[in-house]
Write a protein that binds this ligand. Structure first.
Ligand SMILES: *Cc1c(COP(=O)(O)O)cnc(C)c1O
Length: 392
């Protein structure tokens, strides 16, 4: 299996067959497992082997298939599946940190990630320093001997800043810090964050991995030691484990992930090129465009520019709302990575909680519009955007 290419791994890796030798992955919708003897139960509580299960909060065969499949894709030693992306982010950090530790994080974060770093960790005596993630000098200045972890989104939400994983990891490792990255926007298809120096990679599987808007899920990937000895005790005792049903849906999502992500990214690149320079737009932000501030970093660490783009509409909120309301194919929602193209106005929804100054620091203005490109016909999406921009 180690020499399989990613698409083959996404279809076959991690498969466990029951005594019936089913083709499609079995859904083990069971909370618990039966032991043949009392001695077997005792032995399993002392040490649980990879194909032995005790209780679904600790592990389940369908969930294990999902974990092994995504670990194979990422080249990770181990993975732990969680109930949502936020359970993954929370677990990855809380399991690692204690009072007195210091964390350095990029400032441009998904709202709930920011809440964990700013509000929750600090309540338990963890000190957090926020930096501009694209500024290597700022990382270097913020790191200290007691820095236990660094955290960043490799491509940020919503204005798609790309952070240099190798460079930040090198600085962090020099002070002995663990590098935890949220790789949702970059996707497991286009980014190899572990190879590039990250120690722990976190995904919201709700996004591209499901990619069809059906379930919430997440996963944490890392070394055998980190997953089994650091993260798993925290997750299994605090209850953020993935349900078998979710794992089964996500296994099916993984089978088509590579095809979907590539088709979505190809359309995103086409739309970005078509929209750049449009008279109603101040700016088109797409890491695949040469005009993107971190285009070189993106090209070096990601296979494509990804499936997301951001527009800066001239005319502020009123103009942005007109664009959203005039779009026929793009649906107004806040998911991303979905088969359905989605349009979001961050300032009034996902980033509403922030002050205007905080939004400005992240590059979010009243005219910022985020687009998640789906699987529809690229020509139809281009026409939809072009007609809607006339209404602006
Ligand atoms: C959606 C998202 C999350 C949270 O994932 P959920 O599955 O919604 O809990 C975390 N980080 C990023 C970058 C996201 O886009």
């Amino acid at each position: 299996m180690d020499d399989w290419n990613p698409r083959t791994k996404l279809v076959h890796a991690g498969t466990r067959r029951s005594q019936y030798n089913e083709v499609s992955e079995a859904l083990f919708l069971t909370q618990g497992f039966v032991y043949d003897t009392a001695a077997q139960a005792e032995a399993r509580f002392i040490e649980t082997g990879p194909d032995e299960f005790i209780y679904a909060r600790y592990g389940n065969p369908t969930v294990a298939m999902f974990e092994d499949r995504i670990a194979a894709l990422e080249g990770a030693e181990a993975a732990f599946a969680t109930a949502s992306g936020m359970a993954a982010v929370n677990g990855a950090l809380m399991a690692l940190l204690k009072a007195g530790d210091h964390v350095v994080s990029s400032r441009a974060l998904f709202g709930s990630c920011l809440y964990i770093l700013e509000e929750i960790l600090t309540r338990f005596g963890v000190e957090v320093t926020f930096v501009d993630g694209t500024d290597l000098a700022a990382w270097e200045a913020a790191l200290r001997p007691e820095t236990k972890a660094v955290f960043f989104e490799t491509m940020s939400n919503p204005v798609l800043e790309v952070i240099d994983i190798r460079a930040v990891a090198e600085l962090a490792h020099a002070v002995g810090a663990t590098v935890v990255v949220d790789n949702v926007f970059a996707t497991p298809v286009f980014s190899r964050a572990l190879e590039q120096g990250a120690d722990v990679v976190v995904y919201s599987a709700t996004k591209h991995i499901d990619g069809q808007g059906r379930v919430l899920g997440g996963v944490v990937l890392g070394t055998e030691h980190y997953i089994r000895k650091v993260l798993e005790p925290y997750m299994k005792h605090t209850g953020g484990s993935m349900s078998p049903f979710t794992a089964w849906v996500l296994l099916k999502g993984l089978e088509t992930l590579d095809l979907r992500a590539r088709a979505q990214a190809a359309t995103a690149a086409r739309l970005a090129a078509a929209l750049e320079g449009h008279e109603k737009l101040v700016r088109v932000i797409y890491p695949g465009l040469a005009s993107h501030p971190q285009h070189a970093v993106a090209a070096a660490q990601m296979e494509t520019g990804g499936t997301m783009l951001a527009l800066e509409v001239s005319g502020g909120q009123e103009a942005a709302f007109r664009l959203l309301d005039a779009l026929q194919i793009f649906t107004i929602s806040n998911n991303l990575g979905d088969a359905k193209s989605i349009v979001t106005h961050p300032a009034t929804t996902t980033h509403q909680r922030l002050s205007e100054a905080q939004r400005a620091a992240l590059g979010i203005t009243a005219g910022t519009v985020r687009l998640s490109i789906g699987l529809e016909d690229a020509g139809d999406l281009e026409r939809d955007l072009s007609v809607a921009l006339e209404a602006v």
